[in-house]
Ligand binder design. Structure first.
Ligand code: KG4
Ligand code: ZN
Length: 341
């Protein structure tokens, strides 16, 4: 089965071709440079850029896979959650192609694409816990099978990616900031500044990153008023490492709690923040101590890409799951929410 997948939910324009679940091509046109001056994504600019690039990206994906439209069996497109203006560009491209070719179009939840992305290259038995950490989302899912998801933890405010990006902005490191902080932190001391972690309550797995953001702001304000320099005498590498450690601690602590509560110690981590080197090391160690294992997608499948959308479409099609809803949805939950009792 050959699938042409399209992803345009946020600020990356992407198309991929898959043959029986194997990713033959996965083209991503990033808009990072376009939004960098604004310190975040400007929805109108994102939609316009998608419109300008989508045809080229689809052609390149077909070309790199050495494939004609005529040999494609289905089209898969992200239909939510995301920026509606951005989603509509991908959906319109999929519908246009479908009209021309008569091919069926599968609407895929972007979150399902992320959650299943670690399975592209690794065999993970069900059930497993999927930690989705990106710029738009921070949630933990109990995955019992393809199409069987329960959201068991989520953030009350910012996502982990936003916490990285806002910290990078405050530290004058540009946008997006996760990778820059990750790189600086490799040379830093995690115990240099003590940032708050928030209490982990056994009956409430929710994250909150807004307090952490405020504490960095307070730390920087106090340092500006003092005489020891902009970082209060600390190195930028040390502040980055300490801030990153607070995020990683918060993520690992709740995954461990959920692993214990649900008796599941296989953990898959996905989304842009799953590229973080410290998170990879700490999660692997922590889950290993439970006798479990943590898997991560390769770097090119961590951030937004159409390959993961095509892969989710393939898994769903193989199981005969319905994917006919292609209406653009800014909010689109994955499974039911469940609170620990
Ligand atoms: O999955 P993604 O590409 O987009 C969303 O669906 O949101 O995630 C982007 C996020 C950004 O916040 C970026 O700063 C973060 O992923 N990110 C990282 C790293 N690489 C990307 N955060 C921490 N460490 C990294 N190495
Ligand atoms: Zn994403």
């Amino acid at each position: 089965m050959r699938i042409l997948a399209i992803e345009s939910s946020c600020d990356d324009t992407s198309a991929a071709v898959l043959a029986d679940g194997a990713i033959l091509s996965n083209i991503v046109a990033s808009q990072d440079a376009l939004h960098a001056d604004y310190g975040g994504i400007v929805p109108e600019l994102a939609a316009r850029r998608h419109l300008e690039t989508i045809s080229t990206v689809i052609h390149r994906a077909l070309e790199q896979a050495d494939c004609e439209v005529g040999s494609i069996d289905r089209i898969a497109v992200t239909h939510g959650p995301g920026l509606v203006g951005s989603l509509l560009v991908g959906i319109a491209a999929a519908q246009g192609l479908s009209l021309r070719t008569g091919l069926p179009v599968d609407g895929i939840n972007h979150l399902e694409g992320h959650v299943l992305s670690p399975l592209v290259h690794e065999d993970v038995a069900f059930p497993f816990l999927a930690l989705l950490v990106s710029g738009g989302h921070t949630s933990l899912y109990l995955v019992r099978g393809v199409g069987e998801y329960e959201e068991v933890a989520w953030t009350r405010d910012d996502s982990a990616g936003e916490a990285f990006d806002k910290a990078a902005k405050m530290l004058g490191l540009g946008y997006p900031g996760g990778k820059v902080i990750d790189d600086l932190a490799r040379e830093g001391n995690v115990a240099s500044v003590r940032f708050p972690r928030g209490r982990v309550k056994a009956d409430d797995l929710a994250w909150s990153f807004s307090g952490l953001k405020t504490s960095l702001w307070q730390f920087l304000s106090a340092a500006t008023e003092g005489s020891a320099g902009a970082l209060g005498g600390h190195r930028l590498e040390d502040v980055s490492a300490s801030f990153q450690e607070a995020i990683v601690d918060a993520l690992v602590a709740r995954v461990l709690l959920a692993a214990e509560r649900y008796g599941v110690s296989r953990v898959a981590v996905a989304g842009g923040v799953s590229a973080n080197s410290r998170l990879r090391t700490r999660m692997t160690e922590a889950v290993g101590k439970l006798g479990g294992s943590a898997v991560f997608p390769p770097m090119n499948l961590c951030t937004d890409n159409a390959g993961m959308i095509g892969y989710a479409a393939w898994l769903r099609a193989c199981r005969g799951l319905d994917s006919t809803d292609i209406a653009a949805a800014s909010r689109l939950p994955l499974g039911q929410k469940r609170r620990l009792r």
